[in-house]
Write a protein that binds this ligand. Structure first.
Ligand code: MCA
Ligand code: AMP
Length: 500
């Protein structure tokens, strides 16, 4: 794909700037954000976020307690206006995960909705309540930050160790959103609906900052429910739906008994799935019931979006489409540098990408950053794919078996193993992912109990992991073994860990 000229303007939200400059103009009256029965127009968002931006402007970094609420959206917009990097925190994070993120990212302020109780890991930080009741006068926001400056630090799991903070510059956010606008013909007239969490790229950057960059609006469901999708895409007149495959699976399961859902989906301009592979079976069931084909796009926390099926392209099941404008994509052989030239739908290679959509670095992890790139500057995604003759990319697997995608969340086996080993009833532990119709993959723990006579139960271990890390990282299945299968080097042979 030839690179498109992309607008690297430091002004991430022109519609907001316009509303701020002309608070009585028509642009200021346009809807921007809606969460349940609470909403803000562009004028109200400017009036709310700019004083908050002025208040946080001197902070080094700010932590945002990223509940799925209006407050989170306002706080992140304020941070971006101020040019202060924001660290969105999963409000369900357990103590050890939160402790790690806070000490690694060292924020100086914690922003949270009024009345929210913050956990002890944030107790040492100065707290600032996010006030969404718009004051009468709006303050000028501090100057226009450098496009290369960090906008967000988003924590993402690796195969081993605690999550790493991916530093995402303003430039990457602007370019990825503009490339998606090109691919999806996404405009200010679009109304997006979703129920994604706001502490990851999908829900926050695509799902909140995306509509705001276009001057359009988003309606967040608070939590994903098919009834909300029916309401917003049906009578509500929303035009786009974003979701992870688990959400589309739940839609596909509901459709046979829910004609109103089918009708609402059939009215949508665009149904988009991402964060994990959408099973062909779910794609086809939705197509059959609604006449609409879900479009898949492929991205990563570190790269933002790389490829997508285009709105004006053929929405084929099982493919993530073509590279987005500005994104260079290559497949490489096992050595990680020799390019796979074939466009034959058969030859598998690792996806590597280059472009203005990429992150800058892993915070405080120069070695991990260096290891993530080839010498000539390509980012190694670890995803394995083939290319069809027309350039469509099909993801066929992952290089690392120790990364699990469950419900669209990336989860490292190593961090769960470490958490399990902290349980007194666990002597040895190994974690694998196995296919799950709803979650894509479910987390399976294989443990050698300290006392074989009274091994810890699945609920006990699930609670233990949920409390330390996060509920979505909890094992759903636990197997007890006398010993873990190991090779001569003492390395656990995960391939031998199967049911039979
Ligand atoms: C159950 N729960 C527990 C426990 N057991 N809580 C604590 N301890 C326990 N032992 C609670 C859960 O917290 C949750 O609470 C409820 O029970 C149900 O949990 P679960 O079955 O795990 O999940 P779910 O609610 O059914 O969630 C499915 C989901 C979710 C909605 C699809 O997985 C989801 O939101 N996924 C989105 C992930 C995502 O955004 N990924 C993007 C990464 P409660 O009901 O109160 O919540 S960015 C990315 O990948 C790249 C860039 C890309 O390409 O997009
Ligand atoms: P994360 O690190 O949470 O941002 O997850 C990124 C990973 O999600 C990628 O490396 C892929 O393995 C996976 N992924 C994202 N979108 C898709 C998709 N449409 N199809 C298959 N895998 C995907």
């Amino acid at each position: 794909m030839s690179p498109l000229s992309l607008d690297l303007s430091p002004d991430l939200f022109p519609a907001l700037t316009e509303a701020q400059a002309d608070p009585d103009g028509p642009g200021a009256q346009r809807p921007a954000l809606r969460f349940g029965d609470r909403s803000l127009t562009y004028g109200e968002l400017a009036a709310t976020a700019s004083p908050l931006a002025a208040r946080v402007a001197e902070a080094g970094r700010i932590a945002v307690w990223a509940t799925p609420t209006l407050e989170t959206a306002v706080a992140v917009v304020a941070a971006l206006l101020a040019g202060v990097p924001a660290v969105p925190l999963n409000p369900k994070s357990g103590e050890s995960e939160l402790g790690h993120i806070v000490s690694d990212s060292a924020p100086t302020l914690a922003l949270a909705a009024p009345g929210t109780q913050l956990p002890p890991a944030l107790a040492a930080l100065e707290r600032l309540d996010i006030d969404t009741s718009a004051p009468t006068t709006s303050l000028p926001s501090p100057g226009a930050p450098d496009p290369e400056s960090p906008a967000l630090i988003v924590y993402t799991s690796g195969t081993t160790g605690p999550p790493k903070g991916a530093v995402i510059p303003r430039r990457a956010i602007a370019t990825t959103l503009d490339a998606l606008a090109d691919a999806w013909q996404w405009t200010g007239d679009d109304v997006l609906v979703h129920g994604l969490p706001l502490f990851h790229v999908h829900g926050l950057i695509l799902g909140i900052l995306g509509p705001l960059r276009r001057g359009g609006s988003v309606r967040h469901l608070g939590r994903f429910e098919t009834a909300g999708v029916t309401r917003e895409l049906g009578e509500g007149g929303a035009t786009m739906l974003f979701g992870v495959p688990t959400m589309y699976h739940r839609i596909a399961e509901t459709l046979p008994d829910d004609p109103a859902l089918a009708k609402a989906l059939s009215r949508a301009r665009l149904l988009v799935s991402g964060s994990a592979a959408l099973p062909v079976h779910d794609h086809e069931r939705i197509a059959q019931a609604t006449g609409r084909r879900v479009i898949e796009r492929y991205g990563m926390t570190e790269t933002l979006m790389n490829t997508s099926v285009r709105a004006d392209g053929e929405p084929r099941a099982g493919t993530v489409g073509v590279p987005l404008p500005g994104v260079e994509l290559r497949l490489t052989e096992e050595d990680g540098t020799t390019a796979v030239e074939a466009y034959d739908g058969e030859t598998v290679g690792e996806i590597q990408v280059r472009g203005p959509n990429l992150f800058t670095e892993y915070l405080n992890r120069p070695e991990a950053t260096a290891a993530a790139f080839t010498e000539d500057g390509w980012f190694r995604t670890g995803d394995m794919a083939v290319r069809d003759p027309d350039g469509y990319v099909r993801i066929v697997g992952r290089k690392a078996t120790d990364l699990i995608k469950s419900g669209g969340y990336k989860i490292g086996a190593g961090e769960i193993e470490n958490a399990l080993l902290e349980h007194p009833g666990v002597r040895e532990a190994a974690v694998t992912g196995e296919p799950d119709a709803d979650l894509g993959e479910r987390i399976v723990a294989w443990i050698v109990p300290t006392d074989p006579q009274s091994p810890p139960t699945v609920d006990e271990l699930a609670d233990h992991v949920a409390r330390r890390l996060a509920p979505h990282k909890r094992p759903r299945v636990v197997h007890h073994l006398d010993a873990l299968p190991r090779n001569d080097m003492g390395k656990i042979m995960k391939r031998a860990l199967t049911h039979d």
